[in-house]
Design a protein around this ligand. Structure first.
Ligand code: ZN
Ligand code: ZN
Length: 241
């Protein structure tokens, strides 16, 4: 099925079937939230879980690991923690849903949360919003790049420009299941700058859904640093606490 047909079908399905809670599947009365009231309460509590490194609540943590710092990122804004063992949790439900289904309400909700976190980190006027591109195989499979959708909406929420900056080689291996070292190698060998990209003197906010080892985000940041970017920050929905 072509991407255009996939998009048209998704739009039609959204009209026929109003959005449901991204976690429990209950019908939502409005498309302002991605969650029903019960799941929202659980999600709001997850944002307050402490970061294991700095001890701050995840929504206020800006921690960066050594890989990120080496690539030129010193602050990453987060919304909630990423614990795969929290199976069935609202945050994992939303991430899972955004990867597979193009439901605008889910993206709008996540983008608002991420924009609010990015603002808490510090002044972001003058920044350009970009994203860690998804593997081409996933884009063909699901018909869209969820990180791109998030980045576009975050730019809208923050009233900042959005820019395409990177692409991925086809046949990039899936990061899941690789060791830390393999991940770094896999990511750095597959994320490349778009032709003609110039970053001299610019400030970038790079968006992604999940931050684990930071290999993809740091690959993107290394490219922008090498191209002369002045400041690079990250914003993710969920991060390994
Ligand atoms: Zn629910
Ligand atoms: Zn922290």
């Amino acid at each position: 099925m072509s991407n255009i047909m996939k998009k048209a079908l998704a739009k039609l399905l959204d009209g026929l079937f109003p959005p449901r809670c991204a976690c429990c599947g209950a019908l939502l009365s409005s498309s302002v939230s991605a969650f029903c009231p019960d799941c929202y309460r659980e999600f709001a509590a997850a944002r307050l879980l402490p970061c294991r490194h700095c001890g701050k609540e995840m929504m206020h943590c800006t921690c960066c690991n050594d890989t990120l710092v080496a690539s030129g990122i010193y602050r990453v804004a987060k919304v909630c923690p990423y614990y795969p063992e929290r199976e069935g949790s609202p945050e994992l439900g939303l991430i899972f849903a955004m990867k597979r289904r193009n439901v605008k309400a889910y993206f709008r909700f996540a983008a608002r949360e991420m924009a609010a976190s990015a603002k808490r980190v510090g002044d972001i006027s003058g920044f350009t919003v970009t994203y860690v591109p998804r593997r081409p195989e996933s884009v063909s499979r699901y018909g869209f790049d969820h990180a791109r959708m998030l980045a576009r909406m975050i730019a809208e929420e923050l009233d900042l420009p959005f820019e395409e900056t990177f692409y991925r080689f086809r046949n990039a291996k899936e990061q899941k299941g690789l060791t830390r070292k393999e991940r770094r190698k896999n990511a750095s060998s597959t994320i490349l700058p778009l032709n003609g990209l110039t970053a001299t003197g610019k400030c970038y906010l790079i968006c992604d859904d999940i931050l684990t080892t930071g290999s993809s985000l740091s690959s993107c940041a290394s490219i922008l640093t090498a191209l002369g970017a002045t400041e690079i920050r990250g914003v993710v929905f969920a991060a390994r606490g």
